[in-house]
Design a protein around this ligand. Structure first.
Ligand code: PHE
Ligand code: FE
Length: 306
């Protein structure tokens, strides 16, 4: 995409995405402001779209117990009525009181620098369109259900909220260093597909998992994927796929650990990672610490060092 100017100013163009996938981004970028935010046209949602939201919400809510981290479960009701697509302004005022974050509308995925700039200001862009009924089970790109249900509950958590802002500031720096692709892997394997080890067993905190019908269960319970202890350099070397269930997940012990492990200066890390070969999403290396899949219906799970 040689026409994709990467300065975070809207020219009506869809952004670059890094993960390996087959489709161009979707959304009407011409109606966005210079900073890529846009009005949420709440009146324009159809009854069928509200009903679809209600069905998605009910299905996800029903499977949170034993799969989602407790911080998420505690905050999910802050989204308000489960029967209608929420107004961003309403959720935003609750969020602002709790963690100082605000929600802003967006036409879809936005260019990295525009995205980082918003996060650095504690503003989270929420895609305003709803998936189509035939995408009930799987949508490649984030829609309003993914962005709200998946991302917003954890923004009520003070430590995670601070991590997201630090990520935004780190993104602006990565853009100067030409390292956005490497930093994007951190977002992918934490904010989108992260797992956390709790006293009750492995749980999901990543938004891509929490908003997914099938992958939430896959990530926690299925024996197929590997679950690696969070290790920043290993993670940053690992490519990802945006159009299928993940082959590898990374497990943190706490949001505090995540915040502290990412506080160092990434400039030397980017250099080191660039000097090493990238790893495929399903790469298996010797001597890594693995977590076993959680066993369904048990309140504890066993950690097996690999
Ligand atoms: N510490 C990172 C840097 O120096 C910034 C960052 C913080 C990135 C948290 C991601 C998450 O670039
Ligand atoms: Fe997301």
């Amino acid at each position: 995409m040689s026409t994709d100017r990467r300065d975070g100013v809207n020219r009506g163009l869809a952004p670059r995405t890094y993960g390996q996938g087959e489709r161009p981004p979707r959304g009407d970028y011409a109606r966005a402001r210079q900073d890529f935010t846009c009005e949420q046209r709440w009146q324009d949602y159809t009854p069928a779209e509200h009903a679809l939201y209600e069905r998605l919400y009910a299905r996800q809510l029903a499977q949170l117990q034993g799969l989602a981290c407790p911080e998420f479960i505690d905050a999910v009701e802050q989204l308000g009525s489960p029967t209608h697509i929420p107004r961003l302004d309403t959720v935003s005022s609750r969020l602002e009181r709790t963690s100082g974050w605000r929600l802003v509308g967006a036409p879809g995925l936005i260019p990295e620098e525009a995205f980082f700039a918003l996060l650095a200001q504690r503003r989270f862009p929420v895609t305003d369109w709803m998936r189509r009924p035939e995408e009930f089970d799987y949508v490649v790109e984030p829609d309003i259900f993914h962005d709200l249900f998946g991302h917003v509950p954890l923004l009520f958590n003070p430590t995670f909220a601070d991590y997201m802002q630090a990520y935004g500031m780190g993104g602006l720096k990565a853009a100067r260093l030409g390292a956005c692709e490497l930093l994007a892997r951190l977002y992918w394997y934490t904010v989108e597909f992260g797992l956390i080890n709790t006293p009750a067993g492995l749980r999901a905190y990543g938004a891509g998992l929490l908003s997914s019908a099938g992958e939430l269960h896959h990530a926690i319970v299925d024996p197929a994927p590997q679950r690696l202890a969070f290790q920043l350099e290993r993670l940053m070397r690992t490519r990802y796929r945006i159009d299928r269930y993940q082959a590898s997940y990374f497990v943190i012990d706490s949001f505090q650990q995540l915040f502290e492990a990412t506080a160092l200066d990434f400039a030397p890390l980017y250099e080191r990672v660039r000097s090493l070969p990238a790893l495929e999403a399903d790469s298996i290396l010797p001597d890594e610490r693995h977590y076993a899949a959680a066993r369904r219906c048990l309140s504890t799970s066993v950690i097996t060092p690999g």
